[in-house]
Design a protein around this ligand. Structure first.
Ligand code: HEC
Length: 238
């Protein structure tokens, strides 16, 4: 082929494909947003996040907040300490009650089954799942003398010591909620207000006997709320 002939077909293909690659012009109403608008939206999102974060879940830019985790402080809101921050009141009581139960487990055992002839069981015990008036009194003031639990007699010398002085109303409430809802037990949640109510009206310094507690066996301290996730709504509504 001579040098002054038409551009060869390879050149034509190259030129055409370059033209075909060009995008068609956009109509004026659908031009891309200007860059400044993109940055403005990002700024709005960041500022809004800073406002919404603390409301929605305690997330905050503000590391000078004395209660913020970043500042090493303790958040004083109920249930806001540590892992408990995300738990509902019932789940939190169960978690704390489980560790508080270490005090009881030495006698009643980790599985709540007690020791035959020595320490009565809490698992399946009518004393535990029955009236909260009796249960709170047992742990608050102690128990002595012959008792029957699940049809078995117990009469351990010295009985059970009172825990009212050693444990706060909140700690007791957590442990009692725990033993009422563990090992297959099912019971209502016991709040610190309920424990406090019994404390305020009953100041005895001696351990109870089974006969003395009989009138309270099926009585419930008012203010109890159902256990389980439902407790959240009930507690929040209070
Ligand atoms: C030093 C051993 C000991 C410890 C610790 C102990 N208890 Fe007891 N507990 C006993 C004995 C003994 C009895 C039975 C008392 C009697 O015979 O009159 C008893 C009885 C009970 C009863 C009534 C009977 C039953 O089995 O349901 C409950 C409820 C109870 N304890 C709960 C607790 C809780 C909750 C704790 C922890 C805060 C605890 N106890 C810690 C020894 C102990």
């Amino acid at each position: 082929m001579s040098a002054n002939a038409h551009p060869d077909s390879t050149d034509l293909d190259r030129i055409h494909s370059a033209v075909k690659r060009e995008k068609a012009d956009l109509p004026p109403e659908s031009q891309p947003a200007p860059l400044w608008a993109t940055f403005l939206l990002m700024l709005v999102a960041i500022v809004a996040g800073g406002q919404l974060g603390p409301m929605a879940g305690g997330w905050s830019f503000d590391v000078s907040n004395p209660f913020s985790i970043a500042a090493g402080g303790m958040d004083p809101r109920p249930g806001a300490d540590g892992a408990g921050a995300t738990l509902d009141p019932f789940a939190l009581a169960m978690k704390k009650g489980a560790s508080g139960y270490a005090i009881c487990g030495g006698c009643h055992q980790g599985n709540g089954a007690g020791l035959p002839g020595q320490f009565p069981p809490l698992a399946g015990s009518e004393w535990v799942t029955g009236g909260t008036e009796r249960l709170i009194r047992v742990v608050q003031h102690g128990l002595v003398g012959a008792i029957t639990v699940k049809g078995q007699g117990y009469n351990t010398p010295g009985g059970m010591q009172p825990f009212g002085a050693a444990m706060s109303s909140q700690d007791l409430a957590n442990v009692l909620t725990y033993i009422r809802n563990t090992w297959g037990n099912e019971g209502t949640m016991i709040t610190k207000e309920m424990v406090q109510k019994v404390r305020d009206e009953e100041k005895r310094a001696t351990q109870w006997t089974e006969a003395e507690l009989q009138p309270f066996a099926d009585k419930n301290v008012e203010g109890e709320i159902p256990a389980g996730p439902g407790a959240t709504a009930a507690a929040a509504a209070k």
